[in-house]
Design a protein around this ligand. Sequence first.
Ligand code: ADP
Ligand code: MG
Length: 638
Amino acid sequence: MKTKAACIAFLTMVLVLFGVYAFDRVERQHQKEKFRAEVRSQLSTIEAKLEAGLNSRLFLEKGLIAFILTHLAIDTQHQITQQDVDRFAKEFMPELFGIRNITLIQNDIITSVYPLSGNEKAIGIDLSRVPAQQAEVQKVKETRKSLLSGPVDLVQGGVGIINRTPIYWNPQGGKETIYWGQSSLVIMQENLFQEAGLYDQSGLRLAIRSRNGLDSSEVFWGDEKIFQSDPVVVDVKIPSGYWQLAAVPLEGWDLNGPLFCWIWIVGGFISFSSGALVWFFIYSREIGKEIAKQKIDSLNQKFVRVFNASPTLMAIYREKDFMYVAVNDAWLTALGYERDEILGHSEEEVNTLALEEKQKSMSELVLGNTKEFQVRTKQGETRDWLMSKAQIQIDGDGCILLASVDITMSNHLEKEIARLDRLNLVGEMAASIGHEIRNPLTTVRGFLQFFRSKNQYIQDQENIDLMIKELDRANSIIKEFLSLSKNRSINLETCNPNKIIKELYPLMYATSVAEGIEIFLELDSVPDVLVDENEIRQLILNLTQNAREAILESGKIIISTSAFNDDVVLAVKDTGKGIPLEIYEKLGTPFVTTKDQGTGLGLAVCYRIADRHNARIEIDTSPAGTTFLIRFNAIRPA
Ligand code: ADP
Ligand code: MG
């Protein structure tokens, strides 16, 4: 995280520095152009002065030629003499500074020079024979144009620039012109340049080269390297071509003023501070994120702890595919699954909600309401859950949070209580009216037996026997009914259920075999229980009788005992036709029977006995047979 912030900050600095560099370049270019414009204007002044200086001297030469031509016009035979030239020159030349001499050449031969002194030897020289000058003289004659040449080192010392001008004239006034000769003016370069101010440019380096002259493109003044150093160049017009005047600053064009120093100081500061700002911004944001993440993590951890520790059965599944994304410990314990077996699996795979159309049933469970569902544990046991649901979002997925309470037990208790209520009512009735009916019946039976022994009723003996039998039956029903009485005292003793069963076996065997039914015992060694032996005997007999009656032709009955945790379980299993659904819920209510000769008291008595022994009755029935389980509490050795 730190390195990321540092990298971005460094990049920012580099970027800003690059910007400063670009600004510096633009500013330098701008300054350079400004500087060049200044130099150019300086050069233009020099150029103007140079041209003026040159022209003012050339005008003099033109004046001399005009002077000659005037003489020739007046007198075609006129010979221009040294005196003529002197006269003319004395009139104009003294004012002129910087002309070495002016020479008249008539048909290639020097005829006069001003000033003469020091140049006497030149008079009479035939220039067509002087190799150094022959070519130029010839060119001027042929082209009929002035030619500025040089500079040349002069014999008399110094450097001169020579201008030659052809002189043609028209003797008859006709079209044809005749070559008279030419003039040659030697200008002192130093004077000319000084006048133009070429020596006063302290901050500049200057150079001049001539174009189109004889010494074409040759730098004749100044350092020729200047032309290669990106100079400012101006053209100076001269007869027969032009010169190029070039200038570069002494220090070159690169500028390094305080401005650029400041650009870099301020730019460097901005670069550094923006880098620091970026670093600070990113770093503090990342720190903020980290803190927020830690907060969320700790919140999540707290939520997971609360979720898992809650006694409420909770599960979260994804709405679109019914896939479990979270289940809490209570949910897992209740269903007997491991977390791995549920998470990441869909309800279709695990099938814990014993529903036909799960999606539909779930959608019937309205948000904020509760609904009862049957769920199936891993062991296959069905349990009743009261569920509520809430919609939540997890990672952008729409999810459903199911919160449930297991109400199997309370449902069961509710039914038990209803059953007991009914039983109690009958029990109270039994206690109050049972004896009132039994006593008169005993009296009637006694009289009947008395009459039977009398001779006068000998022919009614058969009917009297039937009456006694029916009375006995009524009596036994009442007796049974009386046993439902709530307040009947019982005599609890420690005894082993296996013992009771073994004692009863011969009787049960005899009755069963007669009806073609096999009866088996599967007795585990079980701890003793605290019971009233007679009542348990009654319970077993009632259950086996029902079992026998449920078996239509042949079948078998298994009486078993087993120990289960703190319970001793007594089971009577038959292969009979099963309990009809319509009376299943009402089992144990007195007088509920499906049999013609039935009393509907057998099971009611069983429930009453179980009640008095704090035992529970569970029934498992199907068309293949029925099992009655009675769970007693075992007596643990102290
Ligand atoms: P009764 O036997 O006189 O009918 P009970 O209270 O003993 O009265 O039984 C009530 C009813 O419960 C019976 O009529 C019968 O329909 C049903 N029942 C009881 N035990 C069984 C069993 N083992 N198999 C099938 N049905 C049974
Ligand atoms: Mg019965």
